[in-house]
Design a protein around this ligand. Structure first.
Ligand SMILES: C[S@@+](CC[C@H](N)C(=O)[O-])C[C@H]1O[C@@H](n2cnc3c(N)ncnc32)[C@H](O)[C@@H]1O
Length: 327
């Protein structure tokens, strides 16, 4: 009862209820919440503190930014309270519209960044990632078992298609940046990869109506995502039974410059966080692979969608061996 009572007490104030509803939508900073609510920062911070103390929100620091999100633990009091708030409430509608505008603005900034960097992207990437090591580790996912259809979400210059195109029946790269796609098309043509295509699309709403892929790769894309859990769920949606999802991104780091100069939203991810999203998307997560580098560590998080009625090993014998890939 105590948990419920302190949750109810914390939520029983108009601004705090609005904050709760907003943080159920996305992980947000104080600055963003202040902009949406149109209230002073100290006031918003005070309310956020009370919501955290009441067990309804949790805060986490990432470099110079502090994010707030709905508390995951407890008995789901926060989520249930949010569900009681009417979707049609005018204040809620206004807050959500402002949140959507903030998200669009961030996406515009990221798109402008990608457009500016399309041609230099390969060079920028090699500044902070031990690419050969990563690619060697990834190669094993394709080579140990034949892959029919490959989808590369956020394909950029098409590097993953170049790498695996010859080893799969066909491959599709999706990206929201037409500049990136222009570079990818040139690269695929040069490599004579006629079974690979790229198309314009959004990682939150992939242009595929039904499960169509045996392997989906998200390589260095998730740290740009406003809503990474939704990207993972969308990737899982287009997997055929038994299909694999492989996510490659950074382990948690403190390089704030990547945010300021390279439009990163998140400074890496922990295994728990990514594996939680994989589980929520209905996938079985396998042992993460860590490739330590200076200053960034690259992590590979493999998972698969079990064929209905079959245990993981029967659906994909290779996946049962993934733990052995850990260097
Ligand atoms: C860092 S690049 C990585 C490109 C490629 N995966 C690689 O590793 O070479 C990130 C890519 O994600 C794309 N991207 C960002 N947001 C996206 C979205 N909402 N939908 C599709 N692609 C997106 C960008 O346009 C960019 O090409």
């Amino acid at each position: 009862m105590e948990e419920l009572l302190s949750g109810l007490r914390a939520a029983a104030e108009p601004t705090r209820l609005r904050l709760l509803v907003l943080c159920a939508e996305n992980e947000l900073t104080v600055t963003e919440l202040t902009t949406i609510l149109g209230q002073s920062q100290p006031r918003v911070s005070r309310h956020l503190k009370l919501l955290c103390e009441g067990g309804l929100l949790e805060r986490f620091r990432e470099g110079n930014w502090v994010f707030y999100r709905l508390a995951r633990g407890g008995r789901g009091v926060a989520r249930r309270l949010v569900e009681l708030v009417s979707e049609d409430d005018p204040t809620v509608l206004r807050d959500r519209a402002r949140l959507a505008e903030i998200e669009r603005e961030r996406e515009r900034n990221a798109s402008a960044y990608f457009a500016r960097n399309a041609h230099q992207w390969a060079a920028i990437r090699s500044l902070h990632v031990p690419e050969q090591e990563v690619e060697a580790a990834l190669r094993q996912f394709v080579e140990q078992q034949g892959v029919g259809a490959l989808l590369n979400i956020g394909t950029g210059t098409g590097r993953m298609l170049e790498l695996f195109g010859k080893r799969v029946d066909h491959a599709v790269g999706v990206d929201q940046s037409r500049d990136m796609l222009a570079v990818a098309r040139v690269n695929l043509e040069r490599a004579d990869l006629r079974n690979c295509t790229v198309r314009h699309g959004d990682m939150y709403a992939l242009p595929f109506a039904v499960p169509s892929f045996d392997l989906v790769i998200l390589h260095q894309v998730l740290h740009f995502a406003e809503r990474p859990a939704e990207v993972v769920a969308e990737a899982a949606r287009v997997l055929r039974p038994g299909g694999r999802l492989v996510i490659v991104d950074f382990a948690p780091h403190q390089l704030e410059a990547l945010r300021e100069q390279h439009a990163h939203r998140r400074l890496g991810f922990s295994d728990d966080e990514v594996q939680g999203w994989l589980a929520e998307a209905g996938l079985s997560a396998h042992a993460a692979i860590h490739l330590p580098g200076a200053p960034l560590t690259v992590a590979i998080w493999p998972a698969n969608l079990t064929a209905r009625g079959l245990p993981v090993e029967a659906a994909h014998p290779v996946l049962s061996m993934l733990g052995e890939l850990q260097p």
